[in-house]
Write a protein that binds this ligand. Structure first.
Ligand code: SF4
Length: 507
């Protein structure tokens, strides 16, 4: 039986062990449920509600959790998945500067079917669990092992004092790489919370703050937490650790904060852990003037700080933010979209800088923690689209004809082809300070320079007109050899096949 299965490469769950990729979500889902992973998938559906699109339209979601693990000191990361997925993920992680090896437990159809893969993972984890080198080992099931039900929860929770954290991050359950960060952050917080409940844990490396602290949820520009700390000081508060953390013991310090700022709103699993620990969660972030004033008030009130102290914090920074915004105005129409989860915050900052932003699309889902930003934007007449698809973002760009399109790679590509100035959200916008006075003027330079490039873009469009488009795409030594008759025959075949498929559906 196993031999036969090996030859035809089919797992117990009826799932081909390879050949199914990111766009085989329905089959993978069905296989995962058949393999006993229904509870896991229902949990993902609750935490990361999908629609209108439910297939990855960006990079592999697992990149988010991989990056979170790779950025932590004394944490080893092991992937279990198809070799092509692991190749892509390790490539991207090194492209983004991971100076760490990614562990990989390979499999084939046989080891997947017989359960040997799980044994191999367990062996790998035992081999890695050296307390002199690691605090934790993170093992991640990618699509195929998740669909096949490889049971990471059966791994020991600890080996020689090294914590073992097993997570499933399938593209058919976790819609974006942003939300995959939450899968690992949530799993680590849960582990740390259980450790705290079981007995004393390590104190923070730099000692415990003498002031009440605010944990900051979401990866941000390195200077932002310092800026936030400065803005909290007049209220007698301090900035706590940033989650995802850089070190295991920071998890304890984060859970120790009385208030948690959900700077990025999509961390639903992490928020659940904070709430289980009795912490108060506050949405939005101190971006722009209105955002900072509102956020300081919400944080102050969450900690029961007296009104005059809250006003003191607001007065200490409000005028500086207004001055920075006025000194670096942005003029022009901008459409904005991305999959980082901070799109609404950036849009607020652009609007307060003077830009006309008619559309914001985010690949993340709508939830309570982004409500303040959504309401603020909608009050300014902005169309806010959650779970925006690439098609939504492109339609907005075509419809609003912006002076600048900020978006994902395919949006930027399309904008360039149309001669519209464009900027990548991930590399050029989300990697800048956004908070308080430091953030107020930080976008203007790059945004204004891009908008000013309009004439250059038009010149390039005219220069390259007709090159590399349609029939001229690719490298040709002469003119493309066009055969409209062949095309017509091929189109007929396609139409016939589509009709046959439709008829089959109706039987
Ligand atoms: S693990 Fe990532 S790259 Fe591989 S099939 Fe799933 S979504 Fe695609």
């Amino acid at each position: 039986m196993n031999d036969l299965r090996h030859q035809i490469k089919v797992t117990e769950a009826g799932l081909p062990a390879d050949g199914l990729g990111c766009h085989a979500g329905d089959q993978m889902q069905a296989a995962a449920r058949a393999a006993g992973n229904s509870e896991l998938l229902d949990g993902f559906a609750r935490d990361y509600p999908q629609g209108p699109h439910d297939k990855p339209q960006s990079m592999c979601p697992a990149f988010g959790s991989l990056r979170v693990g790779l950025r932590m000191r004394r944490v080893a990361t092991v992937l279990s998945g198809s070799a092509c997925c692991v190749y892509g993920l390790t490539f991207v992680s090194h492209f983004y500067g991971a100076r760490r090896s990614v562990g990989y437990v390979p499999f084939n159809s046989e080891s997947l079917v017989t359960g040997k893969l799980f044994e191999d993972i367990r062996d790998a984890v035992h081999e890695l669990a050296d307390p002199d080198r690691y605090d934790a080992v993170v093992v991640t099931n990618l699509c195929v092992p998740t669909a096949s039900g490889v049971p990471l929860k059966l791994l020991p929770s600890e080996i020689n004092g090294v914590r073992i954290v097993g997570i499933d991050v399938p593209g058919f359950g976790v819609p974006t790489h942003a939300e995959a960060k939450d899968v690992l952050a949530g799993a680590m917080l849960r582990y740390a919370r259980e450790e705290i409940m079981a007995g004393p844990v390590q104190a923070p490396a730099q000692g415990k703050s003498d002031r009440p602290t605010v944990a900051l949820l979401g990866e941000m520009f390195p200077a932002d937490p310092m800026m936030i700390g400065a803005m909290l000081a007049p209220m007698g508060l301090a900035a706590g650790p940033v989650v995802p953390c850089r070190e295991w013991r920071e998890l304890y310090a984060a859970l120790d904060c009385g208030v948690v700022a959900a700077i990025h709103p999509f961390y639903t699993a992490a928020i659940r852990e904070f709430q289980a620990a009795g912490r108060t969660v506050v949405g939005s972030a101190p971006v722009g003037h209105d955002g900072t004033m509102g956020w300081l008030k919400s944080i102050g009130e969450a900690y029961g700080i007296a009104g005059e102290k809250i006003a003191a914090a607001q007065n200490a920074f409000g005028p500086a933010i207004k001055a920075a915004l006025a000194a670096t105005p942005i003029t022009g129409r901008i459409t904005l979209s991305g999959y980082e989860g901070s799109e609404l915050l950036v849009a607020r900052l652009l609007i307060e800088s003077g830009a006309d932003v008619p559309y914001v699309g985010t690949a993340c889902a709508r939830n309570d923690w982004s409500a303040v930003d959504r309401e603020w934007l909608e009050a300014k007449g902005v169309a806010v689209k959650f779970r925006a698809s690439l098609e939504d973002d492109l339609a907005a760009m075509e419809g609003f004809k912006p002076d600048l399109a900020i978006g994902t790679t395919p949006v930027v590509q399309k904008a360039k082809a149309q001669g519209i100035p464009s900027l990548y959200f991930t590399n050029l916008i989300s990697a800048r300070p956004l908070m308080g006075p430091a953030g107020a003027g930080s976008l203007a330079q790059v945004v204004n320079a891009a908008i000013a490039g309009k004439t250059r873009m038009e010149g390039m469009k005219a220069f390259f007109a007709g090159v590399g488009e349609g029939d001229t795409a690719g490298i040709w030594e002469g003119s493309p050899n066009l055969r409209p008759d062949f095309r017509a025959i091929h189109q007929k075949k396609l139409d016939k096949a589509a009709k046959a498929a439709k008829a089959e559906e109706m039987i």
